[in-house]
Ligand binder design. Sequence first.
Ligand SMILES: [Zn+2]
Length: 139
Amino acid sequence: MPIEFRCSQCNALLKTPDDTAGRTAVCPKCGADLAVPTPERPLQYIKSVPLEDPGPRRFSPGENKAIASLVLGLSGLCFFCCCPIGLPCALVGLVLGIHGVRSELRRLAIVGIVLCSLALALNLGYLAYVLVQWLNAGI
Ligand SMILES: [Zn+2]
């Protein structure tokens, strides 16, 4: 049965085979040197053993929204002169950014919101400019 314990530095839940009890291990998340706990005897071994790799990091739905907000904000800025693309990008990105603010990627979501706001202003400004030009040309 594998030993489960928490990293004393980052509090990550770690698993290691029970034959590693008492040895020193490196936390795969933060790199801290840890003593693998053993129920019977005190920890005094110094040989390092690798811990199971938890695999690639998975993003929570909130973090996905923060990332999507950033990408859509950049897209909205790039495509501002093409309103059918830029305007929806900016609007959807703004909503996703607001939803992603409570995730761990809060700063990314805020950058996404700022970019989407800029993109929205740019898109609406360009749309107004095109409409004014179109109206002037029509008269
Ligand atoms: Zn750690």
